[in-house]
Ligand binder design. Sequence first.
Ligand code: NAD
Length: 494
Amino acid sequence: MATALESLMDQRAHAFATAEHGAFIDGAEIAPSEKTFSTVDPATGEVITTVAESEDRVVDQAVQSAAKAFEGEWGSMLPADRETALHRFANLVEENAAELAQYDALEGGKPIAQVEGVDLPLAVEQFRYYAGWPTKIQGATVPVSTPNAHVYTRRMPLGVVAAITPWNFPLCQAAIKLAPALAAGNSVVLKPSELTSLSSLRLAQLAVEAGLPAGTVNVVTGSGAGTGQALISHPLVNKISFTGSEATGRHLGAEAGRSLKHISLELGGKNPNIIFADADVAKAAAYAATTAYFYSGQVCFSGSRLMVERSVVDEVVEAVKEHASALVLGHGLERASTMGPLASAHHREKVERYLNTVEGTGGTVAFGGSRLDRAGFFLQPTAVIGSADSDPVVADEIFGPVLAIQPFDSLEELIPRANSGKYGLSAGVWTNDVRKAHNVAQQLRAGTVWVNTYADYNAAAPFGGTKSSGLGKDCGPDGLDKFLESQTVWMSLA
Ligand code: NAD
């Protein structure tokens, strides 16, 4: 196995990926603790290396280190110097993009060309965008109706942030949390998913290289129930910034309520992508297929529910099938691959359980649905058609390469159906009627609506869900705001 991986990675990345890893605290990786877990290559099912399950004592060490940086060198750094450090950080991520991409392609099973073309530029963009903010964070003077009072507000960082990320965009999600949290002046303890620790550990090294004081960025590796739980319940953590599943989000929300910590939640989605008959149907179908199968459908804003005006359903299904059959399923580190495996054996079984419900509830598997006859956790790109709005395959976030296609007959029928799910992360609308496009966009209960496009994302544009898809937005000024709080100063002029 080592030899096969060696031939797919450059020497430096291979050495880092296959080394044993411990938590990253106070500017350096510490020796792995007694308790470790194995990371697995999802394209082969083989063990990559062992990583520390950071126990309570290690988590405490990381939080203490972050608190020290916040109260010391990092917390007192001038805004312009913080900007310079963040720009250096952005440059280092860009300079090391080829190496960083290999870790997410390996552990996440993601096609390397897509990680290089999508994840890395998005991560760099986050650091660049937020690097510009420290000198622009302002309070306000407040026109109170009180005689002889001068009142102003200051915007202040929150302190130690626990940043908890999922496995589907390890580096990108780390950047989406680190960049605004640091720009606001906080220090961070990052806990990546136990499936994908490598890029976060390497990112922490680059933070130090960029000149961020030791302790400003720490990484604790380990499970959610062990390491994650110890982190979110630590008394010195003042803010939980979470991206992951709805179930974990609800649990963290309850924990934040108990201990009165700030919290923001970026959760799941089951996103209606709507094609009207008056759209450019060929373009809409091509986008529909791309977004459904990108990263094997393991994307929160995947267009996993495709609602199509009945007169063009056959044309759309045919086009999506053609696109799916052209996908090259393979190891993420092989350049020819355009679709990888699912993240774990356990996750593939979960996706298959959903597929097993389809026929019994009146739906049909239009194509796909089987495993590949090879090692690793591969599943064919799949489409199901005819399932009802309340069927699990339509209502739930499956997080796999399973597209639920549903015909609709009228606008009146469409809107309540598209809004019927519990999620509200994003939606797509395809039509050449501009009035219809705006009307539909405004009636959809979704944090982001794409019109005649899908999945565009930029550090300047707020992104985040309504309903069960979360609380708070990433990106733009909103993304910064959730890492700040106001202090109000009253001064008597009498
Ligand atoms: P998950 O909820 O299983 O895990 C996410 C993270 O939470 C992991 O690091 C995990 O170890 C940690 N965790 C689990 N239990 C914990 C606990 N008790 N205390 C502290 N931490 C704990 O999610 P996942 O399977 O890794 O990721 C997939 C999910 O992420 C999907 O639902 C997807 O939609 C969502 N997601 C959302 C967005 C968005 O922007 N809205 C982006 C990417 C992924």
